[in-house]
Design a protein around this ligand. Sequence first.
Ligand code: COA
Length: 204
Amino acid sequence: MGHKAPTLFRWPVEDELALGLLLPHHAEALLVLVDENRDHLRPWLPWVDKTRRVDDSLAFIRSGLQQLSRCDGFHLGIWCAGALAGVLGVHWIDWANRRTSLGYWLGAGFQGRGLMTRSVAAVLDFLFDEWDLHRVEVRAAVTNFRSRAVPERLGFRLEGVLRGVERFSDGSYRDHAVYAMLAEEWRERRALQGTALARPRQHR
Ligand SMILES: CC(C)(COP(=O)(O)OP(=O)(O)OC[C@H]1O[C@@H](n2cnc3c(N)ncnc32)[C@H](O)[C@@H]1OP(=O)(O)O)[C@@H](O)C(=O)NCCC(=O)NCCS
């Protein structure tokens, strides 16, 4: 009959882009994506070499679902034309101050199409409108220009640089650029749709 079963918790964003809760049956696809992108991800993400087996991605997915059950964040898969393309995580929720922080990555072949910028925009809509949060942060190594361009494109404000805040496996320390968006700034920006996407700044 050509019947296609509905996909639970999949959230169409636009065109070929959909977000959805990462569920245990995605563990294998997630590991394949990590395996295909180790060299691309390793410079920026400390967990890459600790994710070796399906059980590792399953543990990551389960930890996200446990977080969600406590209303303390969640991990979304990013799907592009039905293929798992990356992950967007809401790290934790500080409900007392209604703030949180985002983390993200894409497979190398899925870069350059605005998938992450549009996914972050959709998650900001959800966090500000549905969960009534007030502040969303993104932190990125100062030299991670592609990552920094995502909040910059969306109009986050650069609030400063945390010096030597992250220790890497080679013993080096990294500085982080800290960006934040407040609910009222996002609503103002949305009201001016059409000029919402700013050009990324140059850091070089
Ligand atoms: C950080 C990362 C997710 C950014 O990916 P990205 O593809 O550059 O970001 P987007 O998906 O938002 O795409 C933006 C690009 O698509 C283009 N684009 C096309 N259509 C677009 C649209 N509708 N909206 C926005 N941008 C669009 C933009 O012009 C930009 O192109 P450019 O890089 O030539 O300027 C990716 O580089 C990555 O996973 N890196 C490794 C892991 C990592 O560093 N994670 C972050 C740790 S803090």
